[in-house]
Design a protein around this ligand. Structure first.
Ligand code: HEC
Length: 193
């Protein structure tokens, strides 16, 4: 996995060196980079979570989710201009509370899913002005998979549930079913022109 992350960093650097004249192709480049970051981040997180759960069950997995999400995000983005985070309309960690525009995207994704769109294709990209700077934003839906239900499902084991409440007294992130939108990856990158 380390090698894979290094490749991503190389790709991000090369992509930045490649000066694109056309604004549309710049946006496309950013979307490509964002998709790659999401895949790498999601795979790494899932692989650490699965190993931890195999070794010590969901209680052990809780620690990975709590302690590893941010360091893995930093590892994946390296020294690039990207920032990678997760949010949801029902958060476990209040630090992941969505901004109003993210909540709006989450609601649009819910609507598109209800209308029959493939959950794996729910993504958004666009530019925003944040504190006077142009920021490229990318958001992608995170499907609820089978492995997620042990900690986010409708019938969370009581020992796990107890531990969750201990760690997150304001937890809202249970009651999900297979195929629901658990949340989104939310990426941003300051654009220097
Ligand atoms: C072992 C328990 C466990 C499992 C299994 C688990 N999670 Fe979580 N999840 C957590 C914990 C704990 C947090 C809070 C992490 C933090 O403190 O930032 C969390 C946070 C999240 C968040 C960030 C938003 C929020 O609610 O704070 C998302 C999105 C998320 N999980 C998605 C998933 C998905 C998708 C799966 C399945 C692939 C999954 N989780 C499996 C325990 C788990």
């Amino acid at each position: 996995m380390k090698i894979k992350i290094r490749n991503i960093l190389l790709l991000l650097i090369t992509a930045n060196l490649h000066h694109q004249v056309n604004a549309q192709s710049k946006v496309d480049d950013n979307v490509q980079q964002a998709r790659l970051l999401v895949t790498t981040f999601a795979n790494e997180l899932k692989s650490e979570l699965s190993s931890a759960m195999l070794a010590g069950g969901p209680i052990n997995g809780l620690e990975v989710c709590k302690l590893r999400a941010e360091p893995i995000a930093r590892e994946v983005t390296g020294s690039s201009a990207w920032h990678v985070a997760r949010t949801s309309s029902k958060v476990r960690n209040l630090n992941n509370t969505p901004e109003p525009w993210e909540l709006n995207i989450l609601q649009q994704f819910e609507k598109r899913l209800a209308e029959g769109e493939d959950i794996n294709k729910l993504e958004y990209s666009g530019m925003q002005v944040v504190k006077g700077e142009m920021v490229f934003r990318y958001v992608k839906a995170i499907p609820t998979g089978g492995v997620c239900l042990a900690c986010h499902g409708r019938n969370v084991d009581s020992a796990v549930s107890q531990k969750i409440t201990e760690l997150y007294p304001n937890d809202q992130a249970t009651g999900f079913s297979l195929g629901d939108i658990r949340g989104v990856f939310s990426l941003s990158k300051t654009v220097d022109n």
